[in-house]
Design a protein around this ligand. Structure first.
Ligand code: ZN
Length: 163
């Protein structure tokens, strides 16, 4: 009887452990999706900026919310946001996709809240904030994208305007 309990206990514990590992994996996957740290779209922007001679800092810990790309010389922060997770308005990848999952909706809502707070803080500190929407502006899944070229060139022009 005691042995049976032991086995049950262990296997029970094991499955709980496994479930937790899975949750952690899912969580970190979701978080990486939301935060978009070092993602392909961010790399596209970084590569472009570097090739154009812009110098930047990444995930600057000195600034609230550790912004993705910071260009001190231009007093500009570039926030690279995924259309789905950050609910891009008037975008078919952002606001037109409905989800039945409460967890997903909850995460999207908190991402939007965080975005608003971060942008406000950056602006209050005197930074210019440029938002790049990854799915519709960069089309990262396409090898070649005219939209991407246009948007990156627009970004370069905006950066060069001193206000
Ligand atoms: Zn979009």
């Amino acid at each position: 009887m005691e042995n049976l309990f032991l086995v049950c206990g262990l296997s029970g514990k094991l499955s709980i452990l496994m479930a937790d590992v899975h949750d952690k994996k899912t969580r970190s996957y979701n978080m990486s999706k939301i935060r978009g740290k070092d993602t392909k779209p961010e790399m596209i922007v970084r590569k472009f900026l570097h090739a154009q001679g812009f110098r930047y800092r990444l995930h600057d810990k000195k600034l609230p919310g550790k912004p993705d790309i910071v260009l001190p010389k231009y007093k500009t922060i570039i926030d690279v946001r995924g259309c789905f997770w950050h609910c891009h308005k008037d975008c078919n990848k952002g606001d037109k996709i409905s989800t039945t999952s409460e967890i997903v909706s909850g995460k999207r809502i908190s991402a939007v809240k965080r975005d608003k707070i971060k942008s406000q803080k950056w602006k209050e500190l005197g930074w210019r904030v440029i938002i790049i929407w990854t799915d519709c502006e960069l089309e990262p899944k396409r090898k070649k994208s005219i939209k991407r070229e246009v948007n990156l060139n627009r970004l370069m022009k905006i950066l060069k305007i001193k206000d």
